[in-house]
Design a protein around this ligand. Structure first.
Ligand SMILES: C[S@@+](CC[C@H](N)C(=O)[O-])C[C@H]1O[C@@H](n2cnc3c(N)ncnc32)[C@H](O)[C@@H]1O
Length: 194
């Protein structure tokens, strides 16, 4: 196990992201049989939290083979797909999932908000996606392709507002998680697919 993976597993007591996202899902969905896609599933911490709330129909997706191996050993995911989330079509059908969760995966260096368009495609109407991002990352400039012209938060808003204006989604109030990891706060975005 690599050092960072070890630290991630070790530090999970102080990392509240999985607990928060599973709580949001349990609030939104009465049924525990819903199909959930855990994007950037990592070592499976989110699946553990979802299972503790009664969710069982969980598919994982991550780019890291090493993390997938750790997650698979937990025996919670129905399957874990190895894929990179970019702007390409994701390996899932239209309307395949009821919910998508993505904890600490939407980041300037990881998953771009452009992926939300695919999330809308693979979610059922009435489905939800929720992702979390630490506050400190929201002000980071987006990336070379945009000449560092705007903070990451603007990129998130731009894609979400475009989807909302096209009547694809409803943006629900963003929730703050003050103790996301140690003393670093984060936000959970909650989006309903129309
Ligand atoms: C900080 S970890 C979060 C893991 C897990 N969601 C959690 O909360 O414990 C970020 C994860 O995103 C994955 N990742 C980063 N960029 C990705 C991409 N573009 N497509 C798929 N997975 C990605 C990494 O391999 C890593 O497992």
């Amino acid at each position: 196990m690599s050092k960072s993976l070890f630290l991630q597993e070790l530090g999970n007591q102080k990392y509240k992201g999985p607990l928060y996202v599973s709580t949001i899902l349990a609030e939104v969905f009465k049924s525990k049989d819903i199909s959930v896609l855990d994007c950037a599933s990592g070592t499976g911490l989110v699946a553990e939290a979802l299972q503790a709330k009664g969710f069982t129909n969980i598919t994982g997706l991550d780019i890291s083979e090493e993390f997938i191996k750790v997650a698979e050993k937990k025996g919670i995911y129905k399957k874990i797909v190895r894929a990179f989330i970019g702007t390409d079509r994701m390996p899932f059908d239209d309307n395949e999932f009821d919910a998508i969760v993505c904890c600490s995966g939407v980041l300037p260096t990881h998953i771009s908000p452009d992926a939300f368009r695919e999330w809308v495609r693979i979610l059922k109407p009435g489905g939800f996606f929720s992702f979390s991002i630490r506050r400190c990352y929201l002000e980071v400039m987006q990336g070379e392709e945009e000449f560092y012209s705007k903070p990451f938060a603007d990129k998130i808003d731009e894609v979400l507002q475009d989807l909302e204006q096209n009547n694809k989604v409803e943006i629900l109030p963003r929730r703050e998680c003050p103790e996301y990891i140690e003393n670093s706060p984060a936000y959970f975005y909650v989006i309903k697919v129309l």
